[in-house]
Design a binder for this molecule. Structure first.
Ligand code: IPM
Ligand code: MN
Length: 356
């Protein structure tokens, strides 16, 4: 097949992991005879430095005409340590999600037996963990009215949702649950928040219309605890934007490193595939960034966006084999790590060998 892919490497370790993702994608295209046209564009701090805008119009136009977008990471301490900064790299990512209408972020979480020993949790808690978080991505407190009083002593962020915003992402989660184990857990804070009560009302209506799906509800504080106590009880988790952000960082502890988790942001326009981790500025340029979350995002893209299941499975198989052979960056194997480039090369070689 032929496809045009926008590459938005971004900040910090973004460019390093993107390089490994592209290496793997090129190996796949050779072995399976696909043709991917790759076009890079700036986003985040990188784009602010070049154009003053963290999501320049040219980047948006490229995203609109691409068949898929690969995204690295965003964020720079230069801005984190300056609360008065008017433009921030993160605004680039948020603007991209909003302008492309990517209202659902799918974050699959599974554990790898080869890494059980590296998780802070006991192996028996990690067995059979394989769930998907559907995080609402273009609403809630991330996008509500916010501000600072004139004297700078009061600030506010507003969380707001419309029933339609809830409905479209809930329907997507229901469709996904139908393809999996038909179990859906909605996470909210309906005992306190009005928005959560709206989420519940909408979900209860949809649950009644989709009675083949078993829907249960958890408060977010309890869900945070359940994710650690008995993570294998979950299959599909549906939640709002900020709860999903926090719970998926927490969930990344289960496999052993946040550097392993991929995600897909989908909705009305070109889908974005990105690892869930941040830009890890302290690690940039040192060859210690884990490229597996990025590489697994490439696999997710091949699977979800292009229907190339065999190709995606081969990448996942390569990752599993690498982990079995203790090939990984310092976050995974601190005793005997390999570099970012070597970890990516190992996966690339595995794919090339399988093709011969
Ligand atoms: C993520 C990130 C972003 C978010 C940041 C960088 C804005 O943490 O993709 O989870 O909070 O959504
Ligand atoms: Mn996050």
């Amino acid at each position: 097949m032929k496809a045009k892919i926008a590459l938005l490497a971004g900040d910090g370790i973004g460019p390093e992991i993107m390089k490994e993702g592209v290496k793997v994608l090129s190996a796949i295209s050779k072995v399976f005879d696909h043709s991917f046209e790759l076009i890079s564009a700036p986003i985040g701090g990188q784009a602010i430095d070049k154009t003053g805008n963290p999501y320049p119009q040219e980047t948006h136009e490229l995203c609109l005409e691409a068949d898929a977008i690969l995204f690295g990471a965003i964020g720079d301490p230069k801005y984190d340590n300056d609360p008065s900064a008017k433009v921030r790299p993160e605004q680039g990512l948020l603007a991209m999600r909003k302008q492309l209408g990517l209202y659902a972020n799918l974050r699959p979480v599974k554990t790898f037996p080869a890494l059980y020993a590296h998780s802070p949790l006991k192996p028996e808690r990690l067995e059979g963990v394989d769930f998907l978080v559907v995080r609402e991505l273009t609403g809630g407190i991330y996008f509500g009215d916010k501000g600072l009083s004139e004297n700078g002593e009061k600030a506010f962020d507003t969380c707001s949702y419309s029933s339609e915003e809830v409905r479209r992402v809930a329907l997507m989660a229901i469709d996904i649950a139908r393809e999996r184990s038909k179990k859906l857990c909605m996470v909210d804070k309906a005992n306190v928040l009005a928005t959560s009560r709206l989420w519940r009302r909408v979900m209860q209506g949809l649950a009644a219309e989709n009675s083949d799906i078993d829907v249960e509800y958890l408060f977010v504080d309890n869900a945070a605890m359940q994710l650690i106590i008995r993570p294998n009880q979950f299959d599909v988790i549906l939640t709002e934007n900020m709860f999903g952000d926090i719970l998926t960082d927490e969930a990344s502890v289960l496999p052993g490193s946040i550097g392993l988790l991929p995600s897909a942001s989908v909705g009305n326009s070109t889908a974005v595939f990105e690892p869930i981790h941040g830009s890890f500025p302290e690690g940039a340029g040192k060859g210690i960034a884990n490229p597996f979350g990025m590489i697994r995002s490439v696999a997710l893209m091949l699977d979800i966006q292009f229907g190339l299941k065999k190709e995606a499975d081969l990448i996942e198989e390569a990752i599993e084999k690498a982990l079995e052979q203790k090939i990984g960056t310092p976050d995974l194997f601190p005793e005997a790590p390999v570099s970012t480039a070597d970890a990516g090369q190992w996966i690339t070689d595995y794919i090339q060998k399988s093709g011969n």
